[in-house]
Design a binder for this molecule. Structure first.
Ligand SMILES: CC(C)(COP(=O)(O)OP(=O)(O)OC[C@H]1O[C@@H](n2cnc3c(N)ncnc32)[C@H](O)[C@@H]1OP(=O)(O)O)[C@@H](O)C(=O)NCCC(=O)NCCS
Length: 181
């Protein structure tokens, strides 16, 4: 399996991965979200990686720009959303490889912080920790029972002591419907 940056020609295959992973109910919404994020100027620079086997694309991960409010211009931050692995190949480490490759590329390009709203049993194994207690609020309130799903990871030293605030996502991802449990 190879992990590489996605290209325009991959867009249909990427949609198929999200449809497969998220199922018929949630899939179309996620496909729409990914499409809109690709077009969203405020999401850039985005990092879009695909996992490719000899036969087909099997996984996709997207990182888009976020800002902290009050603004901290010297802090560079991203959010991981969404991540999907085709349903027939889940549980083989592909999701983990995409996360690790993405974090490595972001670290290499000087990004300080990466946020995610996701499964609290999954993301901590890749270095994410609960964001709220570290002083980072989500763009929209997270229900108390899901507090630990809002997570952050520092990619540069001592940034956690310097940065805090409310995370503002790109125009598309900041819409409230993407933050409902
Ligand atoms: C979540 C997902 C991306 C993980 O990718 P993957 O390639 O299957 O995951 P990996 O093989 O790297 O890791 C498998 C581990 O993830 C865990 N995992 C998978 N989905 C999980 C979930 N919804 N909640 C908690 N843990 C989950 C598995 O239990 C497994 O744990 P184990 O190693 O202790 O057995 C993939 O299952 C998927 O696309 N799911 C549907 C879409 C989705 O929920 N996306 C994430 C949105 S935050």
């Amino acid at each position: 399996m190879k992990i590489r940056q996605s290209q325009d020609a991959d867009r249909l295959a990427i949609s198929a991965i999200h449809t497969s992973a998220f199922g018929p109910e949630q899939g179309p919404e996620i496909v729409g979200l990914v499409h809109d994020l690709f077009e969203d100027e405020t999401a850039k620079p985005l990092l879009s990686l695909v996992a490719e086997t000899e036969a087909r694309l099997v996984g996709h991960i997207l990182f888009t720009v976020v800002k902290l409010q009050p603004e901290l211009k010297e802090i560079s931050a991203r959010i991981l959303a969404p991540l999907a692995v085709a349903s027939d190949v889940q549980g083989q480490g592909i999701g983990g490889e995409l996360i690790k490759a993405g974090l490595q590329q972001l670290a290499d390009s000087g990004v300080d912080l990466v946020f995610v709203l996701g499964h609290p049993d999954y993301y901590p194994r890749f270095g994410f920790q609960t964001a709220g207690v570290l002083g980072f609020a989500a763009p929209h309130p997270i229900p108390t029972e899901h507090t630990d799903a809002w997570m952050v990871q520092a990619l540069t030293a001592d940034v956690l002591g310097r940065a805090s605030g409310t995370v503002q996502c790109s125009e598309v991802l900041n819409q409230p419907q993407h933050w409902q449990a």
